[in-house]
Design a protein around this ligand. Structure first.
Ligand code: KIV
Length: 273
């Protein structure tokens, strides 16, 4: 890994360059200053302030309850810890679906108040007009198709998309529409690998970022809390690789602290004034 000072700032153009050179794009989520600075220093290409904050930070069962105000606050914190990575903010449920004007005003808040450089919106071909207009006024947009968690009740659970011909056609048409609208990237979530591969090959100027969509996407994204073991033990989808498990490390540290305080072993003389 090169020193952070020598690394180039990642922009939406970097995504397109990487895709054309067949270099994989790396994306992880962050919701706070400190984790963001760890990801940035490690050399991640982009940090997504995902509405998965609703689940992994706020303890909700879905991404539906999280609000604009909370997402903007997380984005501003992440921005303070990010210098080289592209900073993408996830637009929460009902912050962009009601009208183009709502979408522009809320996407703009992420840039003005959160210091984001791009926003992400869920939805396929039906979101074409909204996404196109937001991009036209100067806000880069990452699309998101496949299993879109804000529509979890419509899907009836985390079902793999692109199994049937009708679903494949919808996914391909949506990916092409989002490219035409000007999206610099599209998240492909929980897709059969063959359709994710076809979409990745077909798109010329839009990078595909997979999560549960196979190895042939132009890049990959994971929820950071999930890949470092900060999650419910029973949440273990097949696509998730656990790169570390810090939950027992935190539990151990807390148990030792409780014991030390209870036994008057903390603070020591050296730790006192
Ligand atoms: O909210 C999120 O973290 C996401 C990623 C899983 C792509 O949308």
């Amino acid at each position: 890994m090169s020193s952070i000072k020598n690394r180039k700032k990642i922009t939406i153009q970097s995504f397109i360059q990487k895709k054309s050179k067949k270099k994989k794009i790396t994306v992880l989520t962050a919701y706070d200053y400190f984790i963001a600075s760890l990801l940035d220093n490690a050399g991640i290409d982009a940090i997504l302030v995902g509405d998965s904050a609703s689940n992994v930070i706020h303890g909700h069962a879905s991404t539906i309850p999280i609000t604009m105000d909370i997402m903007v606050a997380h984005t501003a914190a992440v921005a303070r810890g990010t210098s080289k990575a592209l900073l993408i903010a996830d637009m929460p449920f009902l912050s962009y679906q009601p009208s183009i004007e709502t979408a522009i005003l809320n996407a703009g808040r992420f840039l003005k108040e959160g210091n984001a450089e791009a926003v992400k919106m869920e939805g396929g071909i039906e979101m074409f007009d909204t996404i196109k207009r937001v991009i036209e006024i100067g806000i880069p947009v990452m699309g998101h198709i496949g299993l879109t968690p804000q529509s979890i009740h419509k899907f009836g659970g985390p079902k793999i998309q692109g199994k049937k011909e009708k679903s494949k056609t919808y996914l391909m048409e949506s990916a092409l529409a989002l490219e035409e609208a000007g999206c610099f990237a599209i998240v492909l979530e929980l897709l059969e690998s063959d359709i994710a591969t076809e979409i990745s090959e077909k798109l010329q100027t839009t990078a595909t970022i997979g999560i549960g969509a196979g190895v042939n996407c132009d890049g990959q994204v994971l929820v950071t809390n999930d890949m470092i073991g900060l999650r419910d033990e029973n949440f273990k989808p097949k696509f998730l690789r656990e790169y570390a498990n810090i939950s027992p490390i935190i539990s151990d540290a807390v148990e030792k602290y409780i014991e030390d305080v209870a036994n008057a072993n903390f603070p020591s003389e050296d730790e006192s004034y």
